[in-house]
Design a protein around this ligand. Structure first.
Ligand SMILES: [Zn+2]
Length: 415
């Protein structure tokens, strides 16, 4: 079962006061001999290490230890079933004391196999998936056939019933005879008609939101014929193409081609968004850079897209009362005056905010420009220090969500 954004949001809101929330990520090693054995050994090592740390915490209660131990042992048992075929990663979120056990399949693009125990579920590896995966349709066509697949978080499924059963008449074996010319024209007409129908189905699917983006698989000879029929709107949503023979390609080959195309597109998009945020911040329009300014924009509800350097590490403090995050390591919250706690990895602390507010988020891989501006940046929906740009609907929504906008937070933000 692959995960939805809604489920990620639920996981983000889970909290176990006894700090017995277990998060396990399995990233299969690249296929080679004995890989599976190595995966199993690694998982056992991680489990042993987690249990050792648990035992060393003398202050922890017995019930918490039992809960964590039960979950970790169950993870180890599960590792026997994890197939190391390189196609899927897996995430498990568990808290036996609260009767929670969730397993999800993920694309095999996790940073590694990891095990965490804490107050909240550890969601940073998951954050790579937020905003990064559009609903992608894959369309395979030739002159008289079309098949449509859907790619979601590494999972490929065929969508049936989008096309009327197509006429088998006029296939190439039909016209080799005496009336070659006439039959050829009929075949061409049928092909044109078919490509038009495919392009119409694509347009409908995009408009209805069945897909947000799509990928074309066909033989080179058919490519321009189909592409001539595409509505401009459909052409714009095309992420890429690969050569495919509808009748012979396997699902696994389709998935690999499609994932490569999606990955390339994502990395280009990440780069574009990062440079866009930097240039907008420079021109004082809807972009900000640097931890202090990004935190302020997050709290003001301005952020649309958040970009964080993959290896970004920064300390901050979090208010135990109102949840305010501050880049200055102050002992008392400037918003409500309560005591603050230090957070070692601010990007982990930001995550629940990002998930709850449905903010698109990307991790940026080594990028020297991005490094210079502090490895964190955001594109904004609006900018509250230029009131003319405030979107009334967004402000009203923030009001309903209980955000003190633009009063209290505004004051501290501009200090
Ligand atoms: Zn506070």
């Amino acid at each position: 079962m692959s995960i939805t954004r809604e489920q990620i949001r639920e996981l983000a809101s889970f909290e176990d006061a006894k700090s017995g929330a277990v998060s396990f990520y399995f990233q299969p090693s690249t296929p080679r001999n004995k890989a599976h054995r190595e995966d199993t050994i690694l998982i056992k090592d991680l489990a042993r290490e987690a249990l050792r740390r648990l035992e060393s915490q003398v202050s922890e209660g017995k019930s918490k230890k039992e809960s964590v131990r039960a979950d970790v042992e169950r993870v180890v048992r599960l590792s026997g079933e994890l197939r190391s075929n390189g196609t899927h990663a897996k995430a498990v979120f568990a808290c036996a004391a609260e009767n929670v056990w969730h397993e999800y399949d993920l694309p095999a693009t996790l940073p590694g196999t990891q095990l965490f125990v804490g107050r909240h579920f550890h969601l940073k590896p998951m954050a790579h998936l937020l905003g990064a995966y559009p609903r992608v349709g894959i369309v395979l066509v030739d002159r008289h056939r079309a098949r449509v697949f859907e790619l979601r978080l590494g999972e490929l499924t065929e969508r049936e019933g989008l096309f009327q059963p197509l006429s088998r008449k006029g296939r190439s074996d039909g016209y080799a005879g005496y009336d070659g010319g006439h039959a050829q024209r009929r075949v061409d007409d049928e092909a044109l008609h078919h490509f038009k129908a495919v392009s119409q189905v694509l347009k409908d699917s995009l408009e209805k939101g069945v897909f947000e983006k799509w990928i074309l698989g066909c033989q080179d000879a058919h490519r321009s014929q189909l592409e001539q029929q595409l509505h401009p709107y459909v052409s714009q949503a095309l992420l890429g193409r690969f050569a495919a023979d509808v009748a012979h390609i396997t699902n696994e080959q389709i998935r690999i081609h499609a994932e490569q195309i999606v990955e390339r597109w994502q990395s280009e998009r990440r780069q574009w968004l990062a440079s866009e945020a930097v240039s907008r911040a420079r021109s004082q329009s809807r972009g900000v850079t640097g931890l202090r300014r990004v935190l302020r924009s997050l709290e003001l509800g301005e952020v649309q897209t958040l970009l964080i350097g993959e290896n970004f590490q920064a300390h901050a403090v979090e208010c135990s009362g109102c949840g305010h995050l501050d880049a200055h390591l102050v002992s008392f919250c400037p918003v409500c005056g309560r005591a603050t706690q230090e957070v070692v990895d601010v990007s982990e602390a930001i995550l629940p905010w990002v998930i709850r507010r449905d903010i698109e988020m990307f991790f940026v891989k080594e990028d020297s420009e991005f490094d210079k501006i502090g490895n964190i940046a955001a594109l904004l929906r609006f900018r509250s220090d230029s009131p003319a740009q405030v979107d009334v609907a967004v402000a009203a929504q923030l009001g309903r969500a209980g955000a003190a906008y633009p009063g209290r937070l505004r004051k501290f933000a501009s200090r």
